[in-house]
Design a protein around this ligand. Structure first.
Ligand code: BGC
Length: 484
């Protein structure tokens, strides 16, 4: 009842003579930044908990006298958990809302951190890491989804990419903490420290609102309006227009698989899945997980120099992600993605060439290290943030959870695949062959992205949905931004 009255009011405002200003011309409330930063703690935990194992494993291995098989189970258990978390996370978020699911993930992070820190046996540790992985899998998709759904269109790219910035900062913090605690062999503390940001995230989510889009899609119109009014800093006209857009978008959408199979929506689904494949199959996590090993291949043999060089990788990753955060709403997603993929291709070819040289160390070592730096910077400025951003933007509201789950599961499965096959590939194809394999996948990604990646810059989520439902093609989206 109430809902209908609300709807009428929404309609009359939207169709009234006073056309509200476009969102991009209105100042944004501070609250939306606060909400995005809190939600991005999910990204920080994703990064910290994937990064921390590289240092902790050295001591865990000794403590439990692990065989190399068990060692790789300990390392990969988090990725298996992430696959499971990503599989159910989207469905849970569509069913119960974004907020309770982020809250649940935060609590799971706390339990996982304490559980792994107190572990008495290695099977307990593997179990604990699976639990942490489940939380990572869930957070990896719900944090960007939540941020995208509260953000105004003109700063959505920046706000969602703050999650990627938090992620790479988490990786760097993990490297630094591993380094700082290595002397004391305090591996339990390395795991335990994740409980702090996780607790802050849980407490923060108690105070943050549910996504207004989820509320409206689930017939809680009055609450949705209340939240939107708060995050749009009380701009009533803009809020009412947004509500009307969300509702008319929903009216066009089917449910579940019907919507995903909609001929207009299917290409968007394919874009998410392929971009997930490209993000992982171009080898980023060989560097994130095996950086010290790669530096040793390049002739940096002392382990402290290799660890220091690894911290350097983390720093470059953070700094270049800041560049992406600043540019993504100005240049758009496509230019960053294309520059990124070209840079990755060139640096992967160069890395292969460096490893082809019969000598290591000296100039060749420097060339390899420089190529690795360019590779990381290229990934961080485009493919890293753009993948998570695009999948939070391109799916219609009624299936956003399921669509994002699908792309995220593919991302985690291929992440696992690359992690498990890297050393075997090096044995079979050699170092140049392995990096050239990643380079050739990167070439395919350049071609695919040039032809098919849409531009979502400045578009509201509802305009994007309407584009698919109107039978618009992928590349037509965002081509006429100025004229629109
Ligand atoms: C990827 C992760 C990767 C991280 C590194 C993310 O966008 O999904 O797999 O470890 O970037 O920066």
């Amino acid at each position: 009842m109430n809902t209908d009255r609300d709807a009428d009011r929404a309609g009359s405002n939207v169709n009234g003579s006073q056309a509200p200003k476009p969102a991009s011309q209105q100042p944004t409330g501070r609250f939306v930044y606060v909400a995005a930063i809190f939600a991005a703690l999910g990204g920080l935990l994703f990064g910290y908990d994937t990064g921390v194992i590289s240092g902790a494993i050295l001591f865990v291995k000794d403590q439990f006298s692990l065989s190399s098989g068990t060692e790789s189970e300990v390392v990969s258990s988090v990725l298996w958990g992430a696959v499971v978390g990503a599989l159910f996370g989207g469905w849970l978020a569509d069913r119960f809302g974004r907020r309770p699911v982020i809250l649940g993930a935060a609590v799971t992070f706390v339990i996982g951190a304490i559980g792994t820190a107190l572990t008495p046996t290695v099977s307990w540790l593997i179990g604990g890491r699976v639990v942490v992985g489940i939380a990572i899998g869930v957070a990896s998709l719900i944090a960007p989804m939540y941020i995208a759904e509260i953000a105004p269109p003109d700063i959505r790219g920046t706000l969602v990419s703050i999650n990627q910035l938090a992620l790479v900062s988490g990786i760097l913090v993990a490297y630094l903490i591993d380094y700082a605690l290595a002397g004391a062999e305090a591996w339990r503390w390395m795991f335990a420290l994740a409980a702090f940001p996780a607790a802050v995230l849980a407490i923060g989510m108690l105070f943050l609102p549910e996504s207004p889009r989820w509320l409206i899609a689930h017939d809680h119109l009055a609450q949705g309006r209340q939240v939107l009014t708060r995050i749009r800093a009380g701009k009533t006209a803009e809020t009412e227009r947004e509500i009307a857009d969300i509702r008319s978008g929903l009216a066009l959408q089917g449910r579940g698989w019907d919507e995903l199979r909609h001929p207009g929506v299917r290409p968007a689904l394919l874009v998410g899945v392929l971009l997930a494949l490209f993000q992982q199959l171009t080898g980023i996590n060989t560097v994130i997980y095996y950086a010290p090993t790669i530096f040793q291949y390049a002739g940096i043999t002392s382990s402290s120099a290799a660890i220091l060089a690894t911290v350097g990788v983390g720093v470059i990753n953070v700094l270049t992600t800041i560049v992406a955060v600043r540019l993504i709403d100005r240049t758009g997603r496509r230019p960053l993605l294309l520059v990124s993929l070209v840079g990755m291709t060139v640096s992967l070819v160069a890395l292969g060439l460096a490893f082809r040289s019969p000598s290591t160390g000296g100039a060749v070592g420097w060339f390899a290290a420089a190529s690795l730096a360019v590779y990381i910077a290229s990934f961080a400025v485009g493919l890293g943030p753009v993948f998570w951003l695009l999948i939070s933007e391109i799916y219609p509201l009624s299936v956003r959870g399921v669509g994002m789950s699908l792309a995220t599961v593919v991302n985690w499965v291929t992440n696992l695949l690359v992690a498990l096959t890297f050393l075997t590939l090096i044995d079979h194809l050699g170092k140049p062959g392995t990096f050239w394999l990643y380079a050739s996948i990167s070439v395919v990604a350049v071609i695919f992205s040039t032809l098919f990646i849409p531009e979502t810059k400045g578009k509201s989520l509802e305009e994007i949905e309407a584009h698919w439902h109107g039978g618009g093609r992928l590349r037509e989206l965002g081509q006429h931004t100025d004229a629109d």
